[in-house]
Design a protein around this ligand. Structure first.
Ligand SMILES: NC(=O)c1ccc[n+]([C@@H]2O[C@H](COP(=O)([O-])OP(=O)(O)OC[C@H]3O[C@@H](n4cnc5c(N)ncnc54)[C@H](O)[C@@H]3O)[C@@H](O)[C@H]2O)c1
Length: 345
């Protein structure tokens, strides 16, 4: 069965998914829409698909089996509501929204219509996640620390009201990974840093890699930079594990992501590229390194789920991804209000 896919949004991330779908059997991009007609046309032509400038037109004029929603965080709402109304399973990029109320509204519709979803937390599909979860079963975890640092892409990302800032738009990958491995977060305290001078020249997201730099081209023409340069968090997981976390988008010289876990017997260091296991073997401290691979990537998993109707292999569904959003929005609130905030209010 050919899986007929419609894309809402034809920016950097969408094209990244389309490149990956080109390797997935039976996946066919049949329609693409973007508010920017030129982007819709260019991307559609590349894949022999129909171009649209409205998702309503895309949904009305094409026979689809599923949709991808890859639009900026502030644009969520109407596209999901219409895709759900159409009864289509959908892939949606993180962050799901910039307000919990909107995400809760969409979740209610999803569950009422029994719609299947897949959320763009692709790091969960790396084999190191399974290995870490297995190794940590029944172990005494002392504490964890994580950081996500790098440069700043341009465009809507630089505006708090449009992106939610780094913690909600970008470092959410790491927050989500921490939840995937350690469970839910109970409370958060946070602090923010501002004051970096950001100009066209200082914007540099190149170290962030493919799929994330598209907005870079947008530069600062439309938006004055007002997101936070850095955020630091102290968290307690419901399991009792204490954690510290920092992220910064004003370190253009190096993209660095690390999730450090100390147990009473060994230490695990996870990045998006691999994992180190640090432990004593025959009285000697050893560091074992393993490269991360995704035996089956997020796009292949989603397409197979649409084909079979079995979404059990999808690792992040809308309801769970809402909990990662809740943590990041609570962190942002704590950084503004001060004090310790409980994640579930
Ligand atoms: N999972 C990941 O690793 C990853 C990587 C990059 C981006 N993302 C996420 O993907 C989303 C898109 O990011 P991007 O880098 O592709 O941004 P982008 O700015 O390159 O592309 C977004 C596109 O959406 C279009 N658009 C906006 N509102 C629309 C609407 N209502 N209908 C149709 N098109 C609309 C814009 O014109 C733009 O072309 C963001 O939520 C971002 O966080 C995820």
């Amino acid at each position: 069965m050919t899986v007929r896919i419609g894309f809402i949004g034809a920016g950097g991330n969408s094209n990244w998914h389309m490149d990956s779908l080109a390797e997935v059997a039976d996946a066919k991009v049949v329609a693409v829409c973007d508010l920017d007609p030129a982007k819709a046309k260019t991307t559609a032509e590349k894949w022999g698909a129909k171009a649209h400038t409205s998702h309503k037109e895309l949904l009305a004029e094409n026979e689809l089996d599923c949709c991808y929603i890859c639009i900026p965080p502030h644009q969520h709402g109407e596209p999901e509501i219409d895709v759900i109304q159409k009864g289509l399973p959908f892939f949606v990029e993180k962050p799901l929204a910039l307000r919990m109320e909107l995400a809760e509204d969409i979740l209610e519709r999803i569950e009422k219509r029994g719609i299947n979803t897949c959320v763009g937390y692709q790091i969960r599909y790396l084999d190191i996640c399974d290995r870490a979860r297995k190794m940590l079963e029944g172990r005494q975890i002392n504490a964890v620390h994580a950081h996500y640092t790098g440069g700043c892409v341009g465009g809507w990302y630089t505006r708090l009201a449009l992106s939610g800032g780094q913690i909600t738009e970008q470092a959410t990958h790491l927050v989500d990974l921490m939840r995937f491995i350690l469970g839910d977060v109970e409370w958060i305290a946070a602090a923010k840093r501002t004051g970096a001078v950001v100009t066209e020249d200082t914007l540099d997201g190149t170290t962030l890699g493919k799929g994330s730099v598209s907005s870079e081209a947008a530069g600062l023409q439309l938006h004055d930079y007002n997101i936070w340069d850095a955020t630091a968090m102290l968290m307690q997981f419901e399991s009792g594990v204490p954690a510290t976390f920092i992220c910064s988008c004003q370190a253009p010289y190096q993209w660095d992501v690390m999730f450090d876990i100390w147990t009473t017997e060994f230490r695990l260091r996870l990045s998006f590229g691999g994992m180190e296991i640090i432990h004593v073997v025959d009285g000697e401290l050893k560091t074992e390194k393993m490269e991360a691979v995704a035996p089956k990537g997020i796009d292949a998993t989603f397409v197979d789920a649409v084909k079979t109707g079995d979404f059990s292999q999808v690792r992040s569904h809308y309801r769970d991804a809402m909990e990662s959003l809740r943590v990041t929005l609570t962190a942002a609130e704590a950084a503004v209000k001060g004090g310790v905030l409980s994640v579930r209010g």
